[in-house]
Design a binder for this molecule. Structure first.
Ligand code: GDP
Length: 330
């Protein structure tokens, strides 16, 4: 049976570019209205007076079909007049802001200044862009990822974009997380009987998924949920597909492997999806494993992986040892 033949809601946790690839696959294979995404906001920052939410925007643009297919972030057919003018005037031009993309940041900034929430903004933008999935930030509070590096404590975008992840990472913390509350309705949704599966997209576990799980109440709700939690490994053949995940793991003293991803998510997941290149790891994962192609080069790859992931979650839910009633595994 394929994913489309089932009903039931699917919740996916994701960061930006890597996570949004699978989020798009899920969006395309599930019935309209069945997908809820909870998106990392630890990368958010204030820059040039604007409130910027990089992962939320990547997800919005990706699902709306507006994302730049090469970069993975920002809008397709973008122009860069603003940033060029800013540079000419000696403004802070290290963070690329496209001319079309600026509209999103200006609207969000005004929205938040008027006292409305990021959750409301995401819902408004999803509607405006014709997206039938529910897109939630992990929280409406300011949670900020701070990276402890060889150059000191750096706010996430300063580490990631300004310093291009060059300083060695020693640790990560999520400032403001302990006081944050999950986005309204999220915890109730995770506990709902209508939930069929919870998918952890192949996002960076340390920088994209950990901040979500650090918001008090989310990890407990995932643990108590009756729906199986299934992660997709962002590591293929001992390497990250793209970005600094492999470098970060090395600097944190962790060998980049699907076993390390499984160990990182131990207690949180009921199943792990790994690539065929890593098939030999399957015996050491410790939870049910699906071995399949997880590299998403085109739309067909995204859809196929999405179907496989949801079908895999369905098989876990059917197993006698599954978390029926929830709460038993953690
Ligand atoms: P960011 O917030 O833009 O850095 O994006 P994410 O955190 O959501 O995703 C980054 C991760 O996606 C990296 O660790 C990549 O290895 C992973 N990734 C990117 N493309 C793919 C893919 O096609 N398949 C898999 N399995 N992982 C991918």
């Amino acid at each position: 049976m394929t994913a489309r033949a089932h009903s039931g809601d699917v919740l996916a946790l994701c960061g930006g570019i890597g996570g949004a690839k699978l989020a798009l696959g899920l969006y395309r294979v599930l019935e309209a209205g069945r997908l809820t995404l909870v998106v990392n906001t630890g990368d958010d920052f204030e820059h040039l007076g604007l409130n910027i939410s990089p992962d939320l925007d990547t997800v919005l643009y990706t699902l709306a079909g507006l994302a730049d297919p090469e970069r993975g972030w920002g809008r397709a057919q973008e122009t860069w007049e603003f940033i060029a003018a800013l540079r000419q005037l000696d403004g802070e031009a290290w963070f690329q802001l496209g001319d079309r993309d600026l509209a999103m940041h200006v609207l969000r900034t005004n929205w938040l200044r008027s006292g409305k929430t990021l959750t409301e903004f995401a819902a408004h933008m999803a509607r405006q862009l014709g997206i039938s999935a529910r897109i939630l930030p992990m929280t409406d509070a300011a949670v900020r990822t701070i990276v402890d590096t060889s150059e000191g404590h750096l706010p996430f975008q300063h580490y990631f974009v300004r310093r291009r992840c060059e300083p060695a990472m020693r640790g990560i913390r999520f400032e403001g997380a302990t006081e944050a509350r999950p986005a309204p309705g999220l915890v109730e949704f995770i506990g709902s009987q209508a939930l069929r599966a919870i998918v952890i997209c192949p996002s960076n576990p340390y920088l994209s998924i950990d901040p979500i799980v650090a918001v008090p109440g989310i990890a407990a709700a995932l643990g108590a949920s009756a729906a199986p939690v299934v992660a997709v490994s962002p590591i293929i053949g001992g390497q990250a597909v793209k970005g600094p995940t492999g470098k970060i793991m090395a600097e944190l003293g962790i060998a980049a492997s699907t076993r390390a991803i499984a160990a990182h998510y131990r207690g949180l997941i009921d199943g792990l999806v790994i690539d065929e290149d890593d098939a030999d790891d399957r015996v050491q994962i410790g939870v049910p494993v699906l071995v399949t192609r997880t590299l998403m080069k085109d739309i067909a790859d995204r859809e196929r992986l999405a179907r496989n992931v949801v079908d895999f979650a369905d098989t876990i839910a059917l197993q006698p040892s599954a978390k029926v009633g929830g709460g038993g595994r953690r």
